[in-house]
Design a protein around this ligand. Structure first.
Ligand SMILES: Nc1ncnc2c1ncn2[C@@H]1O[C@H](COP(=O)(O)OP(=O)(O)OP(=O)(O)O)[C@@H](O)[C@H]1O
Ligand SMILES: [Mg+2]
Length: 326
């Protein structure tokens, strides 16, 4: 459904040193710097998949989605979405596509959302019956039916995002990009949007790329993630395998019957928490056997559990540039 090969975007920006003299100079001699926002991005997504795109601020996620939406021309590389080249902006492509940007409003600010929806109905030529039925179902699911007649500018952020989403999906696009759709929303609204997106994807078989800085969104919705860093894809695969690949540490919890002094614990530099009846280690896989056998030999152990590092923590460490694999 989506094929991307060596897609690259280089932004060329004019640099001007501060000061009047430099302003005059720059009239005659302009200096430019080049910035590679997307660097040979390559991936494919099959029909119906819901793929998460992760990356720190400035990693190139929005730039990539803008190219795949036809809003930006790439500097080089190729991409097809539903068989169309997005930046050719053919009508058939636009009729079957939608982009939602959490940071940007697409509904008419001074109109009630319901009026914007009517415009979309005309633009996308949605049949009256389909329109009524879809609008009813979506607005009920998102619990927003009573706000469709209120001017968009008067809605709360969460209410507005719900309306944005309905507006973007009324024509049942085959491909949807959601760029931070839950940004700034409270937990309840995030949850409701998440559920709605999951159901829409499942029921309509829509192909979706989602970016979010909230790991809860990604964990709840996406089996596959594409991780970007400085314009490049760092990882593309199962979310579960990401933890395997990037984290060589595990969480080891030993339940004991007695309290142990910190100094008496073997490998105590790996200890992350000491409780009355348990000790928790954040420890390289290779050290687990040694620590547990020491405990079994010297203390009365009630239980031992070994778990993966939380995805959120792994991602945080990848983003902060700490190489946790070495
Ligand atoms: N029009 C532009 N001109 C110059 N540089 C740009 C332009 N648009 C984006 N950039 C730069 O490209 C880089 C990637 O930006 P992009 O918006 O794709 O990041 P992102 O991964 O979406 O980040 P965030 O998580 O903050 O939304 C940034 O360093 C940004 O400053
Ligand atoms: Mg962005």
């Amino acid at each position: 459904m989506i094929h991307v090969e060596s897609l690259t975007k280089i932004f060329r920006t004019h640099v001007k040193q501060p000061g009047l003299l430099n302003s005059v100079k720059s009239l005659f001699h302009r200096e430019y710097t080049e910035f590679v926002a997307a660097d040979s991005v390559t991936f494919s997504i099959e029909e119906g998949a819901l793929v998460g795109m992760l990356g720190a601020n400035g990693a190139g996620k929005t730039t990539t989605l803008k190219m795949l939406s036809g809003l930006l021309h790439p500097s080089s590389g190729i991409a097809t979405v539903m068989g169309f080249i997005p930046w050719e902006r053919q009508n058939e492509f636009r009729r079957n596509f939608s982009l939602v940007m959490g940071q940007r409003n697409q509904l008419w600010w001074d109109l009630p959302a319901g009026d914007s929806f009517l415009l979309n109905k005309e633009m996308y030529r949605i049949a009256e019956h389909d329109y009524q039925q879809r609008l009813k179902e979506m607005s009920e699911r998102l619990d927003i039916a009573d706000k469709l007649h209120v001017q968009v500018r008067k809605l709360s952020l969460g209410e507005r995002m719900k309306c944005e989403l309905i507006g973007a999906l009324l024509h049942y696009p085959k491909v949807v990009f959601l760029d931070e759709p839950t940004i700034g929303l409270d937990i309840v609204a995030q949850h409701s949007l998440r559920e709605f997106i999951a159901e829409f994807n499942k029921e309509q078989g829509t192909t979706i790329i989602l970016t979010s800085h909230y790991m809860d969104d990604i964990e709840a919705l996406c089996k596959r993630v594409i991780l970007m860093d400085e314009g490049k894809i760092q990882y593309d695969g199962a979310l579960s395998a990401l933890v395997d690949q990037f984290s060589s540490e595990k969480i080891l919890t030993i339940m004991i019957d007695q309290e142990i002094e910190h100094d008496a614990i073997p490998n105590n530099h790996y200890v992350s928490e000491i409780g009355k009846d348990h000790i928790t280690f954040k420890v390289p896989k290779s050290e687990i056997a040694q620590i547990t056998s020491h405990f079994l030999a010297h203390f009365s152990v009630r239980d031992i559990s070994i778990s993966e590092m939380p995805v959120e923590e792994v991602i945080r460490e990848i983003f902060s540039g700490k190489n946790i694999n070495s």
